[in-house]
Design a protein. Structure first.
Length: 277
């Protein structure tokens, strides 16, 4: 596999044992072939760094998680991990959607004090689509802080309803009402991939990342988009540790991307969207 010098993984986690043991992730553990009681509480840095090195990833965006029960991977822990490897890692904040003003303050702290470069919220985790009123103060703050808003689109891997991840009408309304907001929809949007492609075509600031999918499993319509008018709109992501970056990049050559489109997908689009060095 030939990769350019600058590769960005737009969505990873550096997990903890308690995070991976959460009952929410029973289906994911089954896919990964991992038993909950075999997981240590503390997972060494090398677990994640080795996975990035194996795929020649230059920079990875490390996500915090916050759900209705509270922080699952908290912002300070993610910032501490990122801070140990600042040339390789960038932090992505998460906040308490149920308390919008506290969420705005936490986002502001995460960006200004902890150096995080984006916000990520998972609609399936909250059971709230992105056009819910509780997101709106955060969209305004993302614009003020000049950071992207990242979310999951498409079906939910865990056993939760998938409807909040449907791009149209929910994300369509957000992109229409907040044209300045840079939006990155992770996990492709399947089975509504064409809806996500339509939004990325319609709105200058809407993007797609391929996290949670191997290159060999990208829907044909997404591959056609990447080859053509969407070559500046799709970002590589793995969703490590669910999938490893090296496995996600396997068969990349089979997509038939021209050199410029390949470089844009693997790194240059993310460099621009997240304003990376």
């Amino acid at each position: 596999m030939n990769t350019p010098a600058f590769v960005v993984d737009a969505w990873i986690q550096h997990p903890t044992g308690p995070f991976l043991r959460d009952p929410l992730f029973a289906t994911l553990r089954r896919w990964m072939g991992v038993e909950a009681d075999a997981l240590p509480d503390v997972i060494p840095d090398a677990f994640t760094l080795g996975a990035l090195e194996a795929a020649s990833v230059s920079v990875a965006l490390v996500s915090a998680w916050w759900g209705p029960s509270g922080p699952m991977l908290d912002n300070d822990a993610v910032a501490a991990f990122v801070g140990r490897y600042p040339e390789r890692l960038v932090g992505v904040a998460s906040v308490d959607l149920a308390r919008p003003m506290d969420a705005v303050r936490e986002l502001r702290r995460a960006v200004r004090s902890l150096g995080m470069r984006a916000l990520r919220i998972l609609p399936w985790l909250w059971g709230l689509p992105p056009n819910d009123r509780r997101y709106y103060p955060l969209y305004a703050e993302c614009i003020e802080l000049d950071v992207p808003f990242c979310l999951q689109v498409g079906h939910a891997g865990p056993l939760r309803p998938s409807e909040p991840g449907r791009p149209i009408p929910y994300l369509d309304e957000v992109a229409c009402e907040f044209p300045e907001l840079r939006i990155v929809g992770g996990h492709i949007g399947y089975p509504w991939t064409n809806e996500m492609i339509a939004l990325a075509t319609k709105y200058p600031n809407v993007y797609i990342d391929t996290s949670a999918y191997k290159a060999s499993r990208y829907p044909p319509e997404l591959v056609a988009f990447m080859r053509g008018h969407g070559r500046e709109k799709v970002l590589f992501g793995s969703n490590w540790p669910m999938l490893s970056p090296v496995n996600c990049l396997d068969k990349l050559d089979s997509l038939g991307l021209e050199e410029e489109a390949r470089a844009a997908f693997l790194g240059e689009n993310a460099r621009r969207v997240f304003k990376l060095r």
